[in-house]
Design a protein around this ligand. Sequence first.
Ligand code: ZN
Length: 182
Amino acid sequence: MARAFDAAALPQFVRALEFASRKHSMQRRKDADASPYINHPISLVSILAVEAGIHDPDVLCAALLHDTVEDTDTTGVELIEHFGSAIAEIVLEVTDDKSLEKQQRKRLQIEHAHSLSPAAGLVKLADKTANLRDMADSPPRNWDLQRRRDYFDWAKEVVDGVQDVPPTLRALFDAAYSRRPS
Ligand code: ZN
């Protein structure tokens, strides 16, 4: 944990960016503009590295890859082959079991939050922060006010369970949550 990001970490980071952009290339976000999906993992990296000053290469690579198993045909084995088990494990920790029904997946995120590793906790915080920003700036067209409020409250419940979050990162989440629609 908490390795520095030096020149040696750059090739793998770029490979993770390439891998994620290829895997997500046919997907769009749910926002009104249907923006390219890859904008989302990139915004996690920006929150972590630029805004929160978190430079651990495994965390930043996992942030790029965090939705590949949940939302594309990528497997855990594939991630291990390409990026090693440390990065793959972080991604799998923040991956929902898509065979479960949506409400159950959301409940499990709350229940599992306290047991996330420190690295997975960082990715989880950045993910929820990015999603709340998107929800405030450009919500899905068909989401009414109550659904958006519920989403903010659910995200906060997940984040409140994550242990040992760096204060800077928590402050970024809290700022995003403060834009809950009223
Ligand atoms: Zn995500």
